[in-house]
Design a binder for this molecule. Structure first.
Ligand SMILES: Cc1cc2nc3c(=O)[nH]c(=O)nc-3n(C[C@H](O)[C@H](O)[C@H](O)COP(=O)(O)OP(=O)(O)OC[C@H]3O[C@@H](n4cnc5c(N)ncnc54)[C@H](O)[C@@H]3O)c2cc1C
Length: 606
């Protein structure tokens, strides 16, 4: 059955075309006729599904891929009621249509792009489970019980009782290790879905993961990109949040969303009982050992959290201060001192600038090339269409922007990015020329696709310039490039070209390891290897070895270890993908069948 909503007076031609396609699609799906569904797609086509059909985050390609997906899922999913949402649009030979649909167990939304009469890209996403809708709008709780009740328990009484019980006399269904923005956003979604959850974090207060970073840190992404689920930032919020401000926001959010957040609590170990289908998670809560037995365990311990600590000959002899960038407190104590920062990506730049602001004599050591993009250019040319004041004015809500972003399959995403970065290169040509003149080694990614692809493929190798590059270009931050560190002496860093850089402080801005390192630390190496590397999708570019896997490895979807999940990424990704992870967890809690389609093999262990 095909409907259009809201029913326009006269249906535009693109809308008619899309509605016709959905009628054929629904008919063929209803018969689970895989070849007929596949024939509705172009030869080069992509169907990305976020949980609705696959109980996975999966993209299939080509008509064979579409047929496989239909074959495996259509009879069970029983997708129906496809309806074009609003008016479809047409430009450059592409018809684009938002749509809604239902499955046997839930309701979904999506975005279709047709080339002629055939589907080129199809995004299907689940947004709620039937019978388990979030208590929002008209479904909200009343809050008060009118009338007179003896021994009435107030909201506060009930809240305190629940908090005292959960984890002690009642077990949570889910435990999230890590209460940064990732754990908090997912915790909020689970709360709204009625999934008893405890978030544990070793810091004393929510938001401390940001507060404890160096003083000058501000978010590198603009506010429109950074909203948390349910509660957007108010419209006076600065474009780039200072880190302590974001810390306070997270702390307030935990309170307002009434999350079971155990601060000053460190997860020490976890093991899974295959028989009982239950985890044993040992945590230390303010000095006390507590054992939790959740059914699901989620690592939200941060993508940038397992430091790659380098090992150089002579490090133990160094007489000054040396630490990984994650432990760098800020430049206050280093006025007039000689600082050497090893590395040339985001953290290295931020730390060099901070040290320079505090009057240190700073040298950056760059071993290999880095991609640099000015924050303003990124905002205007790369993000502006979806996440900006202009986008808001054009009716691109955060949800719409997230879905548009999600609708571009990873296989072809770089094709849309390359022209954007070509434009940036042209616009900021003087800036790049000055940097190169200072000896800085620049790159634009293996295929010139720039920052976002580097982020998705390897999560490193770039700096969003908020000022440090100017200091590199004019020599205020000294630069040694194309060299590596060979030795550390008591008062110097020795480089591969023989240079000795005098140093009172060495900062190793050498990046972070894959999140499955957390599984190795807290569960076992065996489980870490079983689930394999997190992040990257097998693009075959630097630090993201093939084969092509279609989706980010292990993120927000089932892993090879039953009941173990990874959640993380930037604020945009955490906001968007926490919904799909939360729905997967809720479905399992409610005993809804969740057969997973398209779970690939593990090709890399770290
Ligand atoms: C210089 C810099 C600039 C950045 N700018 C941006 C930006 O503009 N936008 C953006 O989206 N992101 C930015 N990031 C990335 C930022 O780190 C992440 O977006 C964000 O911190 C990820 O949140 P998270 O919750 O996944 O992880 P984290 O914030 O790292 O939180 C992980 C939490 O896990 C806890 N934890 C770890 N192990 C345990 C354990 N065993 N027991 C209990 N708790 C544990 C930690 O205490 C921590 O609180 C930036 C990062 C840096 C370094």
């Amino acid at each position: 059955m095909i409907e259009t909503s809201p029913a326009p007076q006269t249906v535009s031609e693109p809308t008619q075309r899309a509605a016709g396609w959905f009628a054929r699609f629904e008919d063929a799906l209803g018969r689970a006729d895989a070849p007929a569904v596949a024939a509705l797609f172009a030869v080069d086509c992509y169907w990305r599904d976020l949980v609705a059909f696959t109980w996975n985050i999966a993209t299939v390609e080509g008509r064979d891929g579409v047929a496989d997906l239909v074959q495996a899922t259509a009879a069970r999913v029983k997708a129906s009621h496809f309806a074009v949402d609003g008016e479809a649009t047409a430009a450059d030979g592409i018809t684009e249509a938002w749509f809604t649909f239902e499955t046997a167990v839930g309701r979904g939304k999506g975005l279709l792009r047709l080339k002629g009469e055939l589907a080129w890209t199809l995004l299907t996403t689940l947004y709620e489970l039937k019978g388990f809708e979030e208590k929002a709008g008209g479904l909200r709780d009343k809050g008060a019980e009118h009338g007179v009740v003896k021994e009435r328990a107030s909201w506060l009484d009930r809240k305190q009782r629940d908090e005292a019980e959960l984890g002690y006399t009642k077990q949570p269904y889910a435990v999230i290790i890590g209460g940064g923005q990732g754990g908090i956003g997912l915790g909020a979604r689970l709360k709204r879905l009625g999934v008893p959850t405890i978030i544990v974090d070793k810091h004393p207060r929510p938001g401390d993961a940001w507060r404890t970073r160096y003083k000058s840190l501000c978010l590198h992404d603009p506010v429109w990109y950074d909203h948390l689920p349910y509660i957007p930032f108010p419209d006076h919020w600065p474009v780039f949040s200072p880190k302590d401000k974001i810390g306070d926001w997270l702390e307030s959010y935990v309170k307002v969303m009434e999350l079971n957040y155990w601060s000053s609590t460190e997860a020490k170990s976890a093991s899974y009982d295959e028989g009982k289908k239950e985890w044993t998670v040992v945590v230390e809560r303010a000095g006390e050992r507590v054992t939790l037995h959740p059914k699901q365990l989620i690592f939200a311990t941060g993508m940038s959290a397992i430091p790659n600590e380098p090992s150089y000959p002579g490090m133990e002899t160094f007489a000054g201060v040396q630490h990984h960038s994650s432990k760098h407190p800020g430049g206050d104590a280093f006025r007039g001192k000689k600082a050497v920062v090893i590395g040339s990506n985001n953290s290295a730049h931020d730390i060099c600038a901070d040290l320079w602001e505090h009057g240190a004599d700073v040298t950056m050591v760059q071993r290999s090339s880095t991609h640099i993009v000015k924050s303003e250019s990124l905002m205007e040319l790369a993000l502006g269409g979806l996440y900006s004041e202009e986008a808001v004015k054009n009716g691109v809500t955060t949800e719409k922007a997230d879905l548009i972003f999600a609708s571009l399959p990873y296989r072809i995403m770089h094709e849309f990015q390359i022209p954007v970065y070509a434009q940036i290169a042209e616009r900021d040509a003087d800036f790049y020329a000055r940097l190169e003149k200072a000896g800085f080694l620049l790159d634009w990614g293996d295929d010139n696709s720039g920052l976002f692809m580097k982020y998705l493929r390897r999560g490193s190798g770039y700096y969003i310039d908020v000022g440090a590059s100017e200091l590199v270009a004019n020599g205020d931050i000294k630069l040694k490039s194309g060299v590596s560190v060979t030795e550390i002496k008591p008062h110097a860093v020795v480089l591969s070209d023989g240079t000795e850089l005098p140093a009172d402080l060495i900062v190793y801005a050498t990046g972070y390891g894959s999140m499955n390192g957390w599984a190795a630390k807290l569960i076992s190496q065996e489980v870490a290897d079983k689930v394999g590397k997190c992040w990257g999708f097998g693009s075959g570019t630097t630090k993201d070895p093939g084969p092509f896997e279609g989706e980010l490895r292990n993120m927000w979807k089932p892993t090879k270890q039953e009941a173990l999940w990874f959640h993380g990424g930037n604020l945009h990704q955490s906001r968007h993908y926490s919904l799909y992870l939360a729905l997967q967890l809720k479905a399992r809690m409610e005993g809804i069948a969740t057969p997973v389609f398209g779970q690939g093999e593990v090709h890399h262990t770290s």
